[in-house]
Design a protein around this ligand. Sequence first.
Ligand code: MGP
Length: 199
Amino acid sequence: MAANEAGIEVTTPTTGELVTEQPQPHKLERKWTFWFDNQSKQGAAWGTCLRKVYSFDTVEEFWCLYEQVFKPSKLPGNADFHLFKDGIEPKWEDPVCASGGKWSVTSSRKADLDTMWLETLMALIGEQFDEPDEICGVVASVRQRQDKLALWTKAAANEAAQMSIGRKWKEIIDVNDKITYSFHDDSKRERNAKSRYNV
Ligand code: MGP
């Protein structure tokens, strides 16, 4: 028996024939979905161009999608990429997100945004947060003013859970500056919603 890059060669017991067994893809803990939104259409209501792009549940699919498409530095201005748990829409209106909020971090360099995005994606699909049920997903936004990342969580009022997620996220994306958490309910009422927690 010999191993090669494509798989493992085994001899079938009945015929003695050499066959190559393809390696099995590595299953993730759960299914995730990439989304895309282009907000550059003048006058269009928010979400008009929000589209589900691809759902996946293996490590191999993730890398293929990430390498070929989902790098924020490839985004045009005023566009967003999202990675959300499959079944959750990246909207305040989604029932799982409705009572939630988001941790936000800004970035003035494209390279930093790409790195923080990738670190966050790997942490999410690798289930590195201590409160995995609290997580909804992450959004990368490319804006003229400043690019940003937002980690959406489920129960905004659960301060202990949000603080733990915020601390962990800062470690993951290697950020020392303060990051802030806002409630979606506040964002619905006013454009620049005040932050409720910071870490
Ligand atoms: P934003 O993109 O979350 O804020 O929301 P930001 O990033 O400060 O603003 P931007 O101009 O840099 O994008 C901007 C606006 O989009 C909000 O004030 C809402 O009018 C609308 N909007 C954003 N989100 C996430 C939602 C949503 O989930 N549902 C609805 N209905 N509107 C939204």
